[in-house]
Design a protein around this ligand. Structure first.
Ligand code: ADP
Length: 247
């Protein structure tokens, strides 16, 4: 069976400093996977390198068994909120419509069919009433819902989200998690950078624990082991207690 993602010996550095060192793993389709690790562990770097958004020093990345550039259309990416220009003058509906572009022919503009689909995606995230609003006029949770709607509009097979719950209200967080779970139930794969471990058990099937190197990859139970977590978080004992790991 082909893995959704397989990575072999991935190395990424910035100005000679290695941020990701020799990571190899493969993720099966249909999994909801969290990328966890302390601040500066290389989580975002790892995500961006998987998507070929930043250059890698070395390593092989296959998505659905093929090089990423051949399967771009099948991949949806929701960047960190900080990476988005919220002053950009674009409405909620037009933002979601961008998700339909990969399925349009060259120079073809979205038509009625695409608009209807974009509205359905907005309905799914509970944001249909806001379709005419500028994206800068929304709360953090609403903005994140709109970007999830854009990803849904793309009809992707793989979804990558970078810290989707930062600055997001509890109700939006719940909506987003439920939709991510539904996506996985359709045998699609979701990879989420997530720094707050307290809910990892409720949210994810599997965890990738990074601290530049791959410390562990497995089910939440497999990764939430004292020796394993300690290796990544190097003695942040108060934090470990918080997530229920005793040493
Ligand atoms: P995390 O997402 O786990 O917090 P990052 O992937 O953002 O970690 O960062 C990993 C390391 O790479 C950090 O030391 C960070 O300072 C550095 N880094 C990240 N982005 C850049 C960049 N654009 N230029 C230089 N260094 C960077």
């Amino acid at each position: 069976m082909t893995s959704a993602i397989s990575i072999h010996d991935l190395h990424v550095s910035y100005y000679g400093n290695e941020a990701v060192k020799g990571v190899s793993l493969s993720v099966e389709a249909g999994k909801l996977v969290g990328i966890i690790g302390p601040n500066g562990a290389g989580k975002s770097t790892f995500l961006k390198a998987m998507l070929n958004l930043i250059p890698k020093d070395k390593g092989e990345i296959k998505v659905l068994g093929r090089p990423i550039k051949e399967v771009r259309k099948k991949i949806a990416y929701v960047p960190q909120r900080n990476d988005i220009d919220w002053d950009f003058p674009i409405t909620v509906l037009d933002t979601v419509l961008i998700g339909t572009y990969p399925h349009l022919k060259v120079f073809q503009r979205p038509k009625k069919k695409e608009k209807e689909w974009a509205i359905q995606c907005l309905e799914r995230v509970g944001m249909q009433e806001f379709s005419k609003r500028q994206i800068g006029e929304l709360s953090g949770g609403q903005q994140q819902r709109v970007f999830l709607a854009r990803a849904l509009a793309q009809k992707a097979d793989l979804f990558f989200l970078d810290e989707p719950f930062v600055g997001v209200d509890a109700s939006s967080e719940e909506t987003i998690v439920n939709i991510l779970k539904e996506i996985c139930n359709q045998n699609k794969t979701v990879i989420v950078v997530h720094h707050d471990l307290s809910k990892a058990n409720d949210y994810f099937d599997e965890l990738i624990l990074l601290n530049k190197e791959l410390i562990s990859y497995g089910t939440v139970k497999e990764v939430f082991q004292p020796g394993v977590i300690e290796k990544a978080y190097k003695g942040q004992f108060a934090f470990m207690k918080e997530i229920g790991v005793t040493i």
